[in-house]
Design a protein around this ligand. Structure first.
Ligand code: KIV
Length: 255
């Protein structure tokens, strides 16, 4: 059955929501056939596919190019596009035009925005304009140069701030919220405090769903983060397949 923002929202408290990233038609087909409810065209595209050191160098044009490829897979899973670094802080007319391009040219059905309470007014205006928004709080990879990649929610002050951020994003009308690398003992408090699904990554089991970078799940990342336990080793298997074929070619056993 086709997932929608409404159907995903309705899953809170019913069953865990399965989310994965994808960056092209083949990863989208794999995620969809495997039963993902939501596919995020993440700006992790930068690290996984484009060979960039982080997500900061990923542009809207890059995201739209890859989102359109994912959309061509015509998945049952809801396709969400990640708004690149800095764009959510632009003027509202510009932000609306970026999101419009994402939906019209990239074929995504919703936009994910990294950031908390300070972005809630912009999120509310986007939702009002008919752009479904997924929030993202906790560790914000787009802030690597200002805050680093550090686990969040380890002190009472930080926990308070994350709760303020999650509640503001939910009150602004987001249909779900990614919570990245937050202390797992604190995570259930966030899930209880918001009426929308919390989708965890590296935040333990106390979420309404989980998301992983598909390259980490499939064993295509040289050094996956510690919380991502690969279910396959496609890099190893692919290298072995290439080696077998190369051996046949050199032995003149392949046509
Ligand atoms: O860019 C991405 O893939 C993400 C997920 C890790 C949540 O934001």
């Amino acid at each position: 059955m086709k997932s929608t923002t409404r159907s995903l929202r309705a899953l809170k408290g019913v069953r865990p929501i399965v989310c994965l990233t994808a960056y092209d038609v083949s990863t989208a087909r794999i995620a969809d056939a495997g039963g993902a409810d939501l596919i995020l065209v993440g700006d992790s595209l930068g690290n996984t596919v484009l060979g960039l050191p982080d997500t900061v160098g990923v542009t809207l044009d890059m995201m739209i190019h890859h989102s359109a490829a994912v959309a061509r897979a015509k998945t049952e899973a809801l396709v969400v596009g990640d708004l690149p670094f800095g764009l959510a802080h632009d003027s509202f007319p510009k932000l609306l035009s970026y999101c419009r391009r994402f939906l019209q040219e990239g074929g995504v059905k919703a936009v994910k925005i990294e950031g908390g309470a300070s972005l809630a007014p912009a999120i509310a205006r986007l939702v009002d304009a008919g752009i479904p928004v997924m929030g993202h709080v906790g560790l914000l990879p787009q802030r690597v140069h200002s805050a680093g990649y550090r686990r969040r929610g380890l002190t009472p002050e930080d926990q308070k701030q994350i709760l303020i951020d999650a509640q503001a994003v939910a009150a602004a009308g987001a249909f779900a919220i990614v919570v990245e690398c937050v202390d797992e003992k604190f995570m259930p408090k966030i899930t209880e405090a918001v009426s929308i699904p919390t989708i965890g990554i590296g935040s333990g089991r106390g979420c309404d769903g989980q998301i992983l970078v598909i390259h980490d799940l499939l064993g295509l990342t040289p050094e996956p983060p510690p919380f991502a336990r690969p279910e396959a080793n496609l890099h190893r298997d692919a290298v072995a397949a290439v080696r077998r074929w190369a051996t046949k070619v050199r032995a003149k056993k392949s046509k």
